[in-house]
Design a protein. Structure first.
Length: 279
């Protein structure tokens, strides 16, 4: 439990909702008894989604993404919440009140609903995640919350066991399933697409959900960008070494000019020879 603030009663004239309704500091931020607590996949996959969710129209500090976080959605029932596998909110501060990491996302305090929600299917949650069940009493299902209360424009569900991605867009107040080509879900309002990528992330080769841009290219993580820059720098240095060698310079002279050691120059020359023989 994360209660820290005492209850503030309404006055006349009434206080604004931000002062009287519970904030994230007042609401439970976890529930150890909740079924379906995350496994390693539920830890890694949201990280990759957040790392590649990079918008052209919004800076990173005006975008909030989260995985396995509670979202409180109804001020009339302040303890009702849904724990979302992953979601993104556009146009909101990355930090709560510009200063603090969020314990949960409280819709009546934030005033902005998620732009996209992603759920990872499991046998125990599939019917609720896909809107196959309805509740007449008590908290509504996730599907009903996303469609009817939060009105999330884009909703995706992914079954990693069957490698199936299903996508839904809000049209005329209801979710309509989107026919996907090559398991890719383009979201015009975000200028981003979500697809299934086969590759290695955090040392694990797997099928992963990740974002792609308007050209169809997978959006790199910051770590991948850094790796690419490092490879490019090495490639450019190899070319310099090759050019100097072709101009008749000795290994010692090349090392002095480039600031490399003799051993490093020799290795680059060997690498250049291998690449040239493979071309």
């Amino acid at each position: 439990m994360c209660f820290t603030r005492p209850t503030i009663h309404q006055t006349d004239p009434p206080r604004p909702p931000g002062e009287t309704l519970p904030t994230m500091y007042d609401l439970p931020c976890d529930n150890p008894e909740e079924p379906g607590l995350p496994d390693e996949y539920h830890y890694l996959q949201p990280q990759l989604l957040s790392a590649t969710f990079r918008l052209t129209d919004y800076t990173r500090d005006r975008t909030f993404t989260a995985g396995d976080l509670s979202l409180y959605y109804d001020s009339r029932h302040p303890l009702w919440y849904k724990r979302l596998d992953w979601f993104a909110v556009v146009g909101v501060s990355r930090l709560y009140e510009e200063r603090d990491l969020r314990l949960s996302y409280v819709i009546w305090q934030e005033s902005i609903s998620p732009s996209v929600v992603v759920e990872f299917l499991s046998p125990g949650t599939e019917d609720e995640d896909l809107g196959k069940i309805q509740r007449q009493e008590g908290p509504p299902t996730k599907w009903a919350v996303y469609e009817q209360i939060l009105r999330v424009p884009y909703y995706a569900v992914y079954d990693r066991h069957t490698n199936q991605l299903r996508a839904f867009a809000l049209r005329d107040g209801q979710y309509q399933e989107v026919t996907l080509a090559e398991s890719r879900f383009w979201m015009p309002a975000l200028k981003l697409g979500l697809g299934i990528w086969e590759g290695e992330y955090e040392g694990v080769t797997h099928s992963w959900l990740r974002w792609y841009d308007s050209t169809g290219n997978w959006i790199p993580t910051l770590a991948e960008e850094e790796q690419q820059r490092a490879k490019q720098a090495i490639k450019q240095l190899q070319q310099v070494v090759s050019n100097l060698a072709h101009n008749g310079m000795t290994i010692e002279q090349i090392a002095q000019i480039t600031g490399l050691s003799v051993v490093q120059v020799e290795k680059m020359q060997r690498d250049n020879s291998v690449e040239e023989s493979n071309e």
